[in-house]
Ligand binder design. Sequence first.
Ligand code: UD1
Length: 439
Amino acid sequence: MASTRSAVPQTQQSQPVLKIVGGRSLSGFIPVSGAKNAALAIMAAAILSPEPCRITNIPRLMDIDTMSQVLEALGAKVSFGEGWLEIDAGSIKSHKAPYELVSRLRASFFILGPMLARFGMARIPLPGGCAIGARPVELHVRGLQAMGADVRIEHGVVEAHARKLKGAKIYLDYPSVGATETLMMAATLAEGETVLENCAQEPEISDLAGFCRALGAKIRGAGTKTIVISGVPHLHGTEYGIIPDRIEAGTFLIAGAITNSSIVVGPVLIDHLTAPIAKLREIGYSVEPEGLNHLRIGPARERREVHIETLPFPGFPTDMQAPFMALLALGEGTSLISETVFENRMQHASELNRMGADIKIRSNHAIVRGVPFLSGAPVDATDLRASAALILAGLAAQGETHVAGLQYLDRGYDRIEEKLCMIGAELHRIGTNPVLAPV
Ligand code: UD1
């Protein structure tokens, strides 16, 4: 009797999946979009100005759509064009962000600082945890309190008031990206000088500072551990271009590496990729600048095992941990990956193991024993960077891989299948576009 069982598991049958036909060699140039995390913070910062702001090099992503909806829910006008968007926050009337949007996009919590700075009040639901960790916000809250704000958390909502924020000296217990951004934005319109110590130094912080300076803010030291902001009475409109996405660029470098191909990735700001480039070279790949702002990755003659520890910038980025795990799963030697930024960010390991990888998780460490080949399988993405890792593994695997959980992928990668197909990969989206899922 013929079997009625499908090769595709039940969980994948009704949802869209990305089918990847593995084993294709890649070649040519793959373009990098604007940085998601810089764009989201800069969109929040547009609230600081009552005049329109035009932001260019905007990636096409669901997270950008959700952030636009948050701004519109406050009363701002948002218009989109090819690669740009314009935000007119002059018409903001509401100080309350809707829970259904904030719960979809943690970064929408970043509106707290600018709302408080410009309007003296904000009501933002707590974003809560997500698949990769608990993600508390006490550093944002304590910093705003140090600037004189009355911040209460009641019934899951952060309610903040301040007639006028006052400059303060604030030490962050941990160099949180989000807290540094919240406090830097809040301080731009505060009375007097704010000194933020032990800040995050991620390139997205410098980009946000660049945008705020273009609005007329006075900020020094962004990109270092100490940021000094001298408050000004008001800010004006501007036009500003977002930096290239270093995590997308890193993901594409690994696409080249994992398929042992030679490809060119750009535009990139090479200094933003120091740690991932160092690790690729340590494994054995050639990574060389091409022109001013492109990188060429070439095949490895032999591959070495490495130890990777995720750290705040300029350390190895936690957002590149999952893609590197896919790369290290294939090959020789035993590598060690330690995740120190988020407490639950290794769920992709078990999915990679379903493709034949040999990865053992011991608390926040992954022991990755390289295997000679991976085999295509149906797999489920558990978060944004996990989805990238599974696609990368699928590019190198024998046979077909079906990646489900595309609602995560679409939040943070701008037309990834189209871009990978441009350099010779074979990917097909099967099924309709997914609806947004909670983070
Ligand atoms: C941002 C990035 C995310 C990246 C992360 C670390 C955006 C939209 N997202 O997230 O892609 O993975 O930086 O590079 O820019 N923490 C606290 N208390 C706080 C704030 C943070 O304990 O008040 C902890 C977090 O739980 C986490 C660590 O600090 O364990 C790092 O978080 P943070 O740097 O704040 O990351 P995000 O800004 O959320």
